[in-house]
Design a protein around this ligand. Structure first.
Ligand code: GDP
Ligand code: IMO
Ligand code: MG
Length: 420
């Protein structure tokens, strides 16, 4: 069998958690391959909303195996809290969740460094979630990281102390007050929690299961426009959020990739700093934020809102090799009046279809499409959707050349239309 990948095509928060939960019944294994607790993946069923940060969104299906892959960075303190909040006893969860020995750890020093570095940036802050992501990936790449497998070593405490000292040395250059002890107790409790789970070379497990005919869903975090290589650098996260990241973040070869599900909101949002060509700084933006409840799942920050950006979407489709599109939050556009879609950009008066290298001043060029007023949250068949919404989808399909095979009309796992 193959690995299908589900990832965000915009700036994150597209609704990945909801969809992974909704389509998990069709898979044997659900695996996270990058990012860390900067992610906030919401899913809803039986009128209860759950937010996951590190744990794959297949965890609520008792018969599925969930994997945290080597490409993820894990904060043990966050992990412990998340496990405790899930509901089922740890003994049961440890049967369905397996962790890669090669996943890097977020240390208390990483969280403090993240805050100190952001603080030192003044007006050019990235808007980091302050979960220690950048410093943890920096240590991984500079070969100074600690990995989950290390926690089983007898001299782990000494190894940790050496890393802590290294971080304290780095922190000296910042004018930043902190107390590392505030973080350490919870962190070490988290280490004990991690030890209750199977810590294995998940790359072998994943490949063996593929040979056994098992199907795998790789769950992306963040979005393509936040990718460290292809996003709006430096206003990005520190991992490869694109489909290639699933290969390096799980240890699977490109040959084993099947479908690439690209998910996008029917409009756009972004949380944190950085370019956002279609951002609406007016009442329409406020209306989208209110109707879409656009407040961050991890930090609670209001999300910036704007119209759908097709050049950015097409770029993401190209980089990821998207085979199917899933459109999220279609219900939010109901009653928004006529809708604008950005079809190209304009730089220095000239039309340009490519995403610019950096923050060149660009103006979006819009096409206006008629909206719809009907409440669509109860609709479960594509044919019953308002004509103007179907035309909106058709416009996206014709512009991108990729079929929209799923339409989400509400946060609940049931509020999903799969197109036959
Ligand atoms: P993720 O990070 O991609 O998993 O997305 P988040 O969970 O951070 O943000 C998506 C938000 O939209 C969550 O609050 C979801 O419950 C909600 N959501 C997902 N799909 C839909 C939808 O189709 N309609 C509406 N109204 N809300 C949705
Ligand atoms: P999910 O998986 C939206 C943004 C932050 C900031 C930038 C860098 O829920 O879609 P970091 O903490 O990674 O150093 O922050 O990236 N960001 C996200 N925005 N959704 C996310 O994850 C995000 N993870 C990071 O707001 O602008
Ligand atoms: Mg999110």
């Amino acid at each position: 069998m193959s690995v299908d990948i589900l990832l965000g095509l915009q700036w994150g928060d597209e609704g990945k958690g909801k969809v992974v939960d909704a389509i998990s019944p069709g898979y044997d294994i659900i695996a996270r391959f990058q990012g860390g607790p900067n992610a906030g993946h919401s899913l809803e069923f039986n009128n209860v909303k759950h937010i996951l940060h590190l744990i794959p969104s297949g965890i609520f299906h008792p018969d599925k195996i969930n994997i945290i892959g080597n490409g993820v960075v894990i904060d043990p303190a966050v992990f412990r809290k998340e496990i405790e909040n899930l509901g089922p006893p740890v003994e049961e969860l440890s049967r369905r969740l397996i962790i890669s020995a090669r996943a890097n750890l977020i240390l208390p020093g990483h969280r403090i460094l993240d805050a100190a570095q952001e603080n030192s940036k003044g007006n050019s802050k990235i808007g980091s979630t302050l979960k220690g992501i950048g410093p943890a990936y920096t240590d991984k790449v500079s070969r100074n990281g600690l990995r989950v497998g290390d926690i089983l070593k007898k001299d782990f405490r000494q190894i940790y102390d050496a890393h802590m000292k290294m971080h304290l040395d780095q922190l000296r250059i910042y004018d930043f007050k902190f107390n590392i002890a505030d973080f350490e107790a919870g962190w070490f409790e988290g280490i004990e929690m991690l030890k209750k789970f199977r810590i294995v070379n998940t790359e072998y497990l994943v490949n063996e299961e593929l040979l056994n005919g098992k199907s795998i869903l790789a769950e992306g975090a963040q979005g393509t426009m936040l990718d460290i290589d292809f996003g709006s650098y430096p206003f990005v996260t520190s991992s490869n959020t694109v489909s290639a990241g699933a290969c390096t973040g799980l240890g699977v070869s490109p040959k084993s990739i099947g479908e690439v599900f690209g998910i996008f909101k029917a409009y756009c949002t972004r949380v944190g700093s950085g370019p956002f060509p279609t951002e609406l700084m007016d009442e329409t933006g406020d209306k989208l934020r209110k109707k879409g409840n656009e407040f961050g799942s991890t930090t609670g920050r209001p999300r910036r809102c704007g119209w759908l950006d097709l050049p950015a979407l097409k770029y993401s489709i190209m980089i990821n090799g998207v085979t199917q599109l899933f459109m999220m939050k279609s219900d939010v556009l109901s009653g928004m009046g006529s809708l604008k879609v950005c079809t190209s950009y304009c730089t220095s008066g000239k039309e340009c279809r490519e995403l610019p290298f950096a923050d060149e001043k660009i103006e979006p060029v819009y096409t206006e499409l008629p909206g719809w007023t009907e409440d669509i949250t109860g609709i479960r068949q594509f044919e019953k959707l308002p004509l103007n919404l179907r035309n909106y989808i058709k416009f996206i399909e014709e512009s991108t050349g990729v079929p929209v095979t799923m339409i989400s009309v509400g946060p609940d796992r049931e509020a999903t239309i799969v197109r036959k």
